[in-house]
Design a protein around this ligand. Structure first.
Ligand code: MGD
Ligand code: MGD
Ligand code: MO
Length: 814
């Protein structure tokens, strides 16, 4: 579709910002909503950091600390999994990385006195923002039913009660071990070792809600479950394609890489239903001259806005174009457009793909994608001319009912021109949490391979269970059925991150035991089980000393680089323990006859790395290699054109039809994507601005195309209700989000977007990709109607969370 340029002009209209004149005439004044005119980055980014830092830490501490982010001798940024540049000689400025660090290193504290003042029923009414904004947890706490409060408990007593409750479970599979992707390799390895010695493979983890479609899709296509490119490849590529991710907000350091590519003239093609500022223009705070002159770099050469869920149609259209271009080239006697040599030598399934493409009609491609054939051919032309292409993607690809198939169509496109396994080319899934990839590598998976379990058993003399465990959705189901009775969470905010709070919250309240290893208080901790514990842990930024010696941990970024992270700040409280310490302590309390030397591991984390190396061959010389300034890269066979698939070749895997969600495209339904604002980290809400989308001081908005509004008799600024169309996802029940404000936005026809986690109440638990279990957070069929909510009614935190709407913005608009 042709895009509405609104959102590209003028300034954000916040409390103290005027609105651009033309816009004022074009539409009415909606508080906290206005176009954003600047590029991504720039002075606004610096100001936003300064404010967050001041609010969380006062002044002083931050400078030294921020300088240590992503430095060889500092801690790994908890912000995202984008890799560090090779020459990490100077601090790479990143607004959202700085916010993440400031949020953890805050001087605010959630103390036992705070818990004494507020019963859980009262905490429940606080917003997610307010809960975490109390600051760092300081003491182990246990829930006391008589007073409806969390009360302080000693580590010894907490551990002994947890151990006892774990041993009282009817069987090992009644326990769930949740991991959020911040845990280090060391903590995660001990966690999976404990669970497997205990006897289960129940590892729901944040990856199940995130890149699971990648972890399932890529191995079938390429024989590895990870991206194939390195940062260096970006210096050599001739084109970059970006599908369904928003780096300006979620991987801000990637903008420097995109900027460099754009400056050397490499075309960047964006496929995204929303106009995202970071993909359009970027003003680098790293470059003083650029900043002083306000000279932003244009990022996207071609920005296509398909309908939500239209990517397969776009990809098939591009591949169809390649077939036609190839035919034409060969008729002319020119160099072929398709790499037939590569296909013959390295792949399987090409004929089936061609047949599938030939039977796909352009009129269907246009209808499903919402793009014209000419637009898709333009994108395909750029791809056909580039010798080396990198394709990047995020949640806009994975979080659909056919997320896995979606990922595989990306591989098909790349394989057609041999764009895997050579310099300057490859696939680049943008991972979420800073160590989500590493956690997987060291064994956090509900479907472990037999080889890995054999090796684990051999090294530790244990007998790991062979039965596959639960992923995140299966965990909720198992709890609902009463089969799972306990959950230990290594970080995260499981219940708020999952779909359908009505179902998920109720399930969590049925547990016998809930243990939360956490840095900050969140809503999951308030879903009280028969016994509930909060165990406060050290964060990345903090010094971790064991037996008087400072310890470091290791993490793996999105490009398989493993490196050291060492905290430097004094711990937020003397009662904090490290994650490896806590995991080992729970293991000892649960398994008195354990065969594992937990104390030895905790005394020296290098021993944990030795154990990881003993189990995984790819970690050879782990301690030595990780000691190098930038660490080392784990082997990625696909990037060497070694295909670890059953056939020993890369596979073209066609998908039937074009619809990423065959059950849900219906009549006048709109398709809703739940997305992140610029002021949040998943369920952690830093503030209520979404600067690049022109939103200030609120989160209760739904982004809509102007014509979709008009068709429904709605206007920009109207109060609306969003109702999920339940029968199409095969689940009964009503899911409504009331009292949202409709915002006219540069989003494709038929598509709407609202913020996660507020909109999670619209996502049915049963609506997920059956191949990977990834919830369809990005394709919820909905109706949008005039609201039945009472204007000014208090927001309902029993389901929707986030910022209180009547509360002033934490951070004023910038
Ligand atoms: N500051 C910050 N950084 C983060 C996070 C954070 O919350 N805050 N979260 C971290 C985590 S865990 C993750 S997984 C990543 C997430 O990073 P992203 O993958 O960027 O995540 P989302 O904000 O969910 O948005 C995805 C993008 O997909 C687009 N989209 C929606 N539906 C479709 C579709 O059908 N097709 C296409 N092509 N695009 C679509 C949306 O418009 C949006 O631009 O970021 C990580 N980094
Ligand atoms: N609707 C919708 N839902 C989604 C998504 C979406 O796009 N739309 N995205 C999904 C994705 S991609 C993901 S990854 C999940 C995220 O799901 P999670 O990873 O479970 O959620 P987070 O919000 O990252 O977790 C925040 C909490 O982690 C704890 N924490 C922070 N740092 C540390 C630490 O160092 N150690 C420990 N132990 N705890 C710590 C704090 O207590 C904080 O409250 O959400 C998913 N849910
Ligand atoms: Mo994620």
């Amino acid at each position: 579709m042709a895009t509405d340029p609104r959102g590209n002009q003028g300034e954000v209209q916040g409390k103290d910002h005027g609105e651009n004149k033309a816009d004022q005439e074009a539409r009415r004044d909606v508080p906290g909503v206005g176009p954003y005119g600047g590029p991504a980055g720039g002075w606004g980014a610096l100001q936003a950091v300064a404010r967050t830092v001041r609010r969380q830490m006062g002044a002083g501490r931050e400078a030294i600390m921020l300088l240590r982010v992503n430095q060889p001798d500092g801690f790994d940024c908890p912000g995202c999994a984008w890799p560090d540049p090779r020459a990490a000689s100077s601090f790479e400025f990143c607004e959202n990385g700085a916010k993440a660090v400031a949020w953890e290193a805050t001087t605010k504290r959630t103390t036992p006195e705070f818990f004494a003042r507020h019963p859980v029923s009262e905490l429940w009414r606080m917003s997610d923002f307010e809960l975490e904004d109390e600051g760092r947890l300081t003491h182990p706490m246990a829930y006391d039913g008589a007073s409806d409060r969390y009360v302080p408990i000693s580590w010894d007593e907490a551990l002994s009660r947890i151990g006892e409750a774990m041993r009282a479970l009817p069987n090992a599979d009644a326990a769930e071990f949740y991991t959020s992707g911040r845990a280090s390799n060391e903590a995660a390895f001990l966690f999976q070792l404990f669970a497997r010695e205990f006897g289960t493979n129940n590892f729901p983890d944040c990856s199940n809600m995130c890149h699971e479609a990648t972890s399932v899709g890529l191995p079938e296509s390429l024989g590895v479950g990870k991206g194939t490119v390195t940062l260096e490849d970006f210096e050599h590529c001739d084109a970059i394609f970006s599908f369904g991710h928003n780096p300006g907000t979620n991987h801000p350091r990637m903008l420097s890489t995109l900027r460099a590519a754009a400056r050397r003239g490499a075309p960047i093609v964006v496929i995204n239903p929303l106009r995202e500022r970071g993909l359009e223009r970027f003003l680098s705070p790293q470059h003083p001259v650029e900043m002083a002159l306000g000279r932003a770099t244009e990022i996207a050469t071609l920005y296509l806005q398909p309908k939500i869920g239209g990517d397969v149609a776009v990809l098939k259209g591009m591949m169809k174009t390649l077939l036609a271009l190839d035919k034409a080239a060969r008729t002319r006697g020119d160099e072929p457009v398709i790499d037939h040599r590569f296909i013959a030598d390295h792949t399987r399934g090409y004929e089936a793909l061609v047949a599938n493409l030939e039977e796909t009609r352009w009129q269907d491609i246009e209808a499903v994608s919402g793009l014209s054939r000419a637009e898709i051919e333009e994108a395909a032309g750029i791809y056909a001319r580039a010798k080396r292409t990198i394709l990047c993607y995020g949640m806009g690809i994975t979080q659909h009912r056919q997320g896995t198939a979606n990922v595989q169509q990306l591989c098909n496109l790349l394989l057609m021109r041999g764009n895997i396994g050579r310099k300057g080319a490859g696939i680049c899934p943008l991972r979420g949490h800073s160590n989500v990839q590493g956690d997987r590598t060291v064994g956090i998976t509900e479907v472990p391979t037999a080889d890995f379990l054999d090796r684990l058993d051999q090294v530790f003399g244990i007998r790991s269970p062979r039965k596959p465990g639960h992923n995140a959705v299966e965990t909720v189901k198992a709890i609902q059925r009463g089969e799972s009775r306990a959950m230990i969470s290594l970080g995260g905010n499981f219940a708020v991150a999952m779909p359908d709070p009505d179902e998920t919250y109720a399930a969590m309240r049925q547990l016998d035991l809930a243990v939360h290893v956490a840095t900050k208080l969140n809503r999951s901790h308030l879903l009280i089980a028969r016994q509930s514990f909060i165990l406060p842990c050290l964060g990345r930024t903090e010094l971790d000393e064991q037996q008087g010696r400072p310890q470091s941990v290791t993490v793996e970024d999105s490009m398989s680089m493993v490196h050291v992270s060492r905290g430097t700040l004094p711990p937020a409280s003397p009662q904090l323990r490290s994650e490896p310490w806590i995991v080992a302590a729970i293991a000892k309390a649960t398994l008195p006859d354990s065969r594992i030397d937990w104390d030895g591991f905790v005394a020296d984390y290098a021993k944990i790395r030795d154990a990881i190396e003993a189990v995984f061959a790819d970690f050879h010389d782990y301690n030595a290699r990780v000691a190098r300034p930038l660490g080392f890269r784990l082997r990625n066979t696909a990037s060497e054109r070694i295909w670890r698939t059953p056939s020993g070749r890369a596979h073209f895997i066609p998908m039937a039809g074009l619809n990423e969600d065959p059950m849900t495209n219906r009549g006048d339904a709109l398709m809703l994507a739940t997305i992140r604002s610029h002021d949040q980290y998943n369920t952690t809400i830093y503030g209520s601005n979404d600067r690049y989308r022109g939103i200030a001081g609120r989160r209760d908005v739904v982004f809509m195309n102007e014509r979709d509004l008009a068709e429904r008799g709605l206007r920009h600024g109207d109060l609306v209700d969003i109702e999920a169309i339940s029968d199409t996802v095969g689940v009964p029940g009503t899911r409504v989000l009331r009292g949202m404000t409709a915002v006219a936005f540069a989003i494709s026809r038929g598509s709407v977007a609202a913020y996660y986690p507020e909109a999670n109440c619209l996502v049915a638990l049963a609506h997920f990709d059956p191949r990977s279990g990834t919830p369809s957070y990005k394709s919820v069929p909905v109706h949008v109607r005039p609201s039945k909510a009472t204007p000014g009614a208090a927001p309902d935190h029993s389901r929707a969370s986030g910022m209180r709407h009547d509360q002033p913005a934490t951070v004023p608009a910038s």
